[in-house]
Design a protein around this ligand. Structure first.
Ligand SMILES: Nc1ncnc2c1ncn2[C@@H]1O[C@H](COP(=O)(O)OP(=O)(O)OP(=O)(O)O)[C@@H](O)[C@H]1O
Ligand SMILES: Nc1ccn([C@@H]2O[C@H](COP(=O)(O)O)[C@@H](O)[C@H]2O)c(=O)n1
Length: 194
């Protein structure tokens, strides 16, 4: 019998739009598996693997790591979590055309892609949140110089991917400028049958 395909939703939005925060709420509420591409890249960097230096320089510059690295990390993490049994929230991916192409080539036929959740938030609010987070995060890219570069990458490389999915009616857009609780209340109904 053919193996069941895992359900996948992509969670996209600018830096500080609340992707990680809302994913955590969804995990608590629905027992979904949250995989943050950024977290997986930071773990890979910390492991000291052959890609560690490349990943660090790309993250600091707010650019996007090549898909061969990121898709492999995502696939490994999905397998570790139990392939078909799980329902996955993939946070911060696909961030570019290269991410999308790499995903389609390696994973396209293996998963049941559902939709993109887009957390829509102004640059002003995202800046306030990230600069607050910078006080305790220890992240090498939570500083105003890296943040400006991350915004540029978001507009130039990630927004077109959201637009691409929107043309196929595959995007759920939520206003992410309200409180954590209010945003979650808008998101929750989209995951009851996920
Ligand atoms: N709705 C909200 N209202 C106020 N603060 C929020 C809200 N959502 C998230 N935050 C705070 O903003 C910061 C960024 O949130 P979070 O890490 O979830 O964003 P993100 O989109 O995952 O960011 P990144 O892509 O940079 O990792 C965190 O400190 C979080 O507590
Ligand atoms: N698909 C991705 C996701 C992330 N990155 C790099 O990691 C940085 C931090 O990501 P967060 O989602 O945790 O904010 C991001 O700015 C990129 O440099 C990536 O390359 N590809």
């Amino acid at each position: 019998m053919a193996e069941e395909k895992p359900a996948v939703a992509f969670i996209l939005g600018g830096p500080g739009s609340g992707k990680g925060t809302q994913c955590q709420r969804l995990v608590n509420e629905y027992g979904l598996v949250h995989l943050s591409a950024g977290d997986l890249l930071r773990e890979e960097r910390a492991s000291g693997s052959k890609d560690a230096e490349l990943i660090e320089s790309i993250i600091r510059e707010g650019k996007i790591v090549p898909s061969e690295i990121t898709v492999k990390l995502l696939k490994n993490a999905m397998e570790k979590n139990g392939w078909a049994k799980s329902k996955f929230l993939i946070d911060g991916f696909p961030r570019s055309q290269d991410n999308l192409d790499g995903w389609n080539t390696m994973m396209g036929n293996l998963v049941n892609f559902k939709f993109v959740l887009f957390l829509d938030c102004s640059e002003d609010i995202m800046t306030q949140r990230i600069m607050k987070r910078a006080e305790s995060s220890g992240r090498s890219d939570d500083n105003i110089e890296s943040l400006k570069k991350r915004f540029r990458t978001y507009i130039e490389s990630t927004k077109p991917i959201i637009d691409f999915y929107a043309k196929q009616n595959k995007v759920v857009t939520v206003n992410a400028e309200r409180s954590i609780e209010e945003v979650f209340e808008k998101i929750r109904p989209h995951f009851t049958d996920f």
